[in-house]
Design a protein around this ligand. Structure first.
Ligand code: ADP
Ligand code: MG
Length: 632
C-alpha cells in the first residue's frame, strides 16, 4: 500500500468504527433517551460524521463531474443514492434509512480502496517480474572499471559483469565462465552455463564468476528494452470481451438510473403505494447499478493473465491474443528450431571424387559465414578452423533454398536440391536420412554434407498435452526433406506433416488450414522467427519460439516464448483458458447477482443492505477472482 492508500484506509477505519458505535448506541436506545422526540434528527447528524469522513472526496468528485457534464459515473450514483436514503427522514411514516445511507458510502469506499489496491498490486507484480532493467554497465577505461549508463555503451565494447550483477546488454562472452540466472526472462529456474563464445542476453543475472562480454547490440535494441516495450504496450491491445464490457457499462448505467427514476415516480403517481416506499426501491436500484465489478474485474483478469504468463517466460502482446489463444484448435509448427533443437550435427561428409572433405566443409562454412540460419550456425560450429570473413563476398541468402557466395573468388552454392536445380548444378542423392546440404563450386557439384537435427526433449510431451487440451490438429510445416519430416512427424505423433515447402508455400498452407477453421476456432503458428515472419503474421496467433536473440520473432509474433521449450505453448493455452474462464465467471456472476437484486428491489423485497452487497460485495468477489488469473 502506498501512502495515499494508507491514509485512505485509516480514514475508512475511523469512519467504520464511528459508524458501528453509533449504530450500537441506537440499538441500545441511547439516542432515544438522549434526544427524545428529535432522536431521528440527532442520529442523522451523528451519522453524517462518519459519512463525511469517509465520503467527502466522493461528494467532491460527483460535484466536479456534474459541472463538467459527466453524470452517471460511480461518484454521482453513490451521492444520489445516499442523499436519497437520508431524504427518508422527510417521510415520517417510513423507517428512516440513515444507517443504510451512511453504509452505502462507507462500503463503497471500502470497495474503491480494495480496487485501487488490487490494480496497484497486479501492476506492481508485472513490474517486479519485469524488474529486468539494468541500472548500469561496467566498462574498463584506462585500466579502471567505470560504471556507465547502458545506453552509452557502443556496440562491440567489452563490458565487465560481476557476480550478482545484471547483464546490461546483449553480447557474447569473451572471457570467464559462469552460471546465469535467466528466471526473470524465461521462468526457467535452472541456471544456464556460459563460457567464452556463448551469447548472453540482457536481463539475466550473473551468478558465480566475473564475465567479460563483447556487446553485440546497443541498449535500445537489447532484449531487455524490447521486452519492456512489449509489456508496456500490452494493455493497449484490448480483448473483444474487454471492449464489450466497456460499451456495455456505458449503456447499462444510464439505463438503470432511468429505470430507477421510473420506478420511483410512476407507481406512486398511479396510486400504487406511498412515495417513500417507491423512492426507496429506486434508490436500491441506483446502488446496485454501479458497474465497477465488471469494469474493473474484466481488464484486471486479462492483466493478471498476461502477468501470470510472463512469470512463465511467455510474453503475450495484448489481451486480445490471450482471448484468441483460448480458442485455438489447430497448432501449426515450424520444424527447425521449434520442434527440433536447430543445432545440427554433421552426420557424414560425402565429397565428389577428388574433392577434399575438409575443403568441402571449409567452403560451406565460409559461404554460410553471414547467415543466422540454424543450419549455418551448425556448419560453422562443425568447421573447426578459423573463419576468415575477408575471403567471402557477394553473399546472397535465399529463404528455403540456401546461400550463394563468392569464396576466394569461387562461386559457392550451399543449400538443398532446389537451390542446385535453380542454378543448374547437378546434384547427387543420398540414401541417409537427414538434411542434405549440397555444395557446388563454380557451377560444379562438389558433394554434400549430411546433417541431423535432434527433436527437443519436450516436443513429444507438448503434442500430447495439446491434444489433451482439446487441440484438434497439430501440423508441422518444413522446408526440409520429406523423409526427415516424416520421421519427426511419426515420432511426435503429429496429425499432419508437410515437407519441402518454401516460405511462401508455408503461408499458402496456413491459409488453407485457416479456411478450414469453423465456429470461431483459431489457428496458432509456432516458429522460431527465422524466415517465418510472414506466416507468424498470417496466423490468428503467431507464437515465436526462443526469442532469446531473434529480433524478427519479437517483432512479428503475438506471443513470444522466451524459452526454446515448445511445452510452453500448452502452458500458454492453459493460462489463456483460465483467464477467459475467470473473465466469464465474473461477468455472469456480477450481472446475475445484480439482476437478481434489481428484480427483488423492484418488488420491494431488497433492503438497502442487500444493495450494498450487490455493489461492493460483488465487486470485491469479482476482483479477488480476477487476481487468481495472475497465479500461473
Ligand atoms: P524449416 O521449415 O525446417 O524451418 P527453412 O524453411 O528455414 O526450414 O529451410 C528449408 C530448407 O532450406 C532447409 O532444410 C535447407 O535445406 C535449406 N536452407 C535454408 N537456409 C539455408 C542455409 N542458410 N544454408 C543451407 N541451407 C539452407
Ligand atoms: Mg525455420
Amino acid at each position: 500500500m502506498n501512502k495515499k492508500q494508507r491514509r485512505w484506509r485509516n480514514r475508512i477505519i475511523v469512519a467504520i468504527a464511528l459508524f458501528f458505535a453509533i449504530m450500537l448506541a441506537e440499538k441500545l436506545g441511547a439516542w432515544n433517551a438522549l434526544f427524545g422526540r428529535y432522536a431521528t434528527y440527532g442520529e442523522f447528524a451523528l451519522y453524517l460524521v462518519p459519512y463525511l469522513i469517509a465520503g467527502h472526496d466522493v461528494l467532491k468528485k460527483a460535484w466536479r463531474n456534474i459541472r463538467h457534464g459527466e453524470a452517471f459515473d460511480e461518484a454521482f450514483l453513490m451521492t444520489v443514492a445516499t442523499f436519497g436514503a437520508f431524504a427518508t427522514i422527510l417521510f415520517p411514516q417510513t423507517e428512516p434509512q440513515l444507517a443504510e445511507g451512511c453504509a452505502v458510502m462507507l462500503f463503497y469506499q471500502v470497495g474503491e480502496l480494495f480496487q485501487s489496491y488490487a490494480v496497484g498490486k497486479s501492476r506492481k507484480s508485472i513490474a517486479d517480474m519485469m524488474d529486468i532493467a539494468p541500472e548500469f554497465a561496467t566498462i574498463e577505461r584506462g585500466g579502471e572499471l567505470v560504471e556507465v549508463d547502458p545506453d552509452e555503451v557502443p556496440v562491440g565494447s567489452v563490458i565487465v559483469i560481476k557476480p550478482g550483477e545484471r547483464v546490461p546488454l546483449d553480447g557474447v562472452v569473451t572471457d570467464g565462465a559462469s552460471q546465469l540466472d535467466t528466471a526473470a526472462l524465461t521462468g526457467e529456474s535452472v541456471p544456464r552455463h556460459v563460457e567464452p563464445g556463448t551469447s548472453v542476453i540482457s536481463g539475466c543475472i550473473n551468478m558465480t564468476d566475473v564475465l567479460r562480454v563483447r556487446t553485440t547490440k546497443p541498449y535500445g535494441e537489447s532484449t531487455v528494452s524490447r521486452i519492456l516495450e512489449l509489456v508496456e504496450n500490452a494493455s493497449e491491445k484490448k480483448a473483444k470481451t474487454e471492449n464489450f464490457i466497456t460499451r456495455f457499462a456505458r449503456v447499462y448505467t444510464p439505463a438503470v438510473v432511468f429505470a430507477a427514476l421510473i420506478l420511483a415516480i410512476f407507481p406512486p403517481l398511479l396510486g400504487m403505494g406511498p412515495w417513500s416506499d417507491w423512492l426507496l426501491r429506486g434508490l436500491t436500484f441506483l446502488v446496485v447499478s454501479c458497474p465497477c465489478a465488471l469494469v474493473i474485474s474484466v481488464p484486471l483478469s486479462f492483466f493478471g493473465g498476461i502477468g501470470g504468463a510472463s512469470k512463465l517466460g511467455i510474453l503475450v502482446k495484448g489481451s486480445n491474443y490471450l482471448e484468441l489463444l483460448a480458442k485455438v484448435d489447430t497448432v501449426v509448427f515450424d520444424k527447425t528450431g521449434t520442434l527440433t533443437s536447430g543445432t545440427f550435427n554433421v552426420v557424414a561428409v560425402h565429397p565428389q571424387e577428388g574433392v577434399d572433405p575438409s575443403c568441402l566443409l571449409s567452403y560451406a562454412a565460409h559461404a554460410e559465414a553471414l547467415s543466422n540460419h540454424p543450419i549455418a550456425t551448425s556448419i560453422k560450429q562443425a568447421y573447426a578452423g578459423d573463419l576468415d570473413q575477408t575471403r567471402v563476398r557477394d553473399v546472397h541468402e535465399e529463404s528455403g533454398h540456401g546461400v550463394t557466395a563468392t569464396v576466394d573468388g569461387h562461386t559457392v552454392l550451399v543449400g538443398n536440391d532446389k537451390l542446385m536445380a535453380e542454378h543448374d548444378a547437378a546434384s547427387r542423392d543420398c540414401d541417409l536420412t537427414g538434411t542434405i546440404l549440397h555444395v557446388a563450386i563454380d557451377g560444379r557439384y562438389a558433394g554434400h554434407i549430411v546433417i541431423a537435427d535432434v527433436v527437443k526433449d519436450d516436443a513429444e510431451q507438448t503434442i500430447r498435452d495439446l491434444h489433451a487440451a482439446g487441440v484438434q490438429k497439430c501440423v508441422m510445416l518444413t522446408g526440409d526433406r520429406r523423409d526427415v519430416a516424416e520421421a519427426v512427424g511419426q515420432r511426435l505423433g503429429l496429425d499432419e506433416v508437410h515437407a519441402q515447402l518454401l516460405p511462401q508455400d508455408k503461408v499458402a498452407e496456413v491459409e488453407r488450414l485457416l479456411a478450414l477453421e469453423q465456429n470461431g476456432a483459431k489457428l496458432a503458428f509456432v516458429g522460431d522467427g527465422i524466415n517465418d515472419a510472414p506466416v507468424l503474421m498470417r496466423a490468428d496467433v503467431g507464437i515465436a519460439m526462443g526469442a532469446m536473440g531473434s529480433d524478427a520473432a519479437i517483432e512479428a509474433a503475438d506471443v513470444v516464448l522466451m524459452d526454446d521449450k515448445p511445452s510452453n505453448i500448452a502452458r500458454a493455452m492453459r493460462v489463456a483458458r483460465k483467464t477467459m474462464r475467470i473473465v466469464w465467471q465474473n461477468i455472469v456472476f456480477a450481472l446475475g447477482v445484480k439482476i437478481l437484486i434489481l428484480v427483488l428491489a423492484a418488488l420491494g423485497l431488497a433492503s438497502m443492505w442487500l444493495a450494498v452487497f450487490g455493489d461492493v460485495g460483488v465487486a470485491m468477489i469479482a476482483i479477488l477472482n480476477a487476481m487468481r488469473a495472475m497465479r500461473a
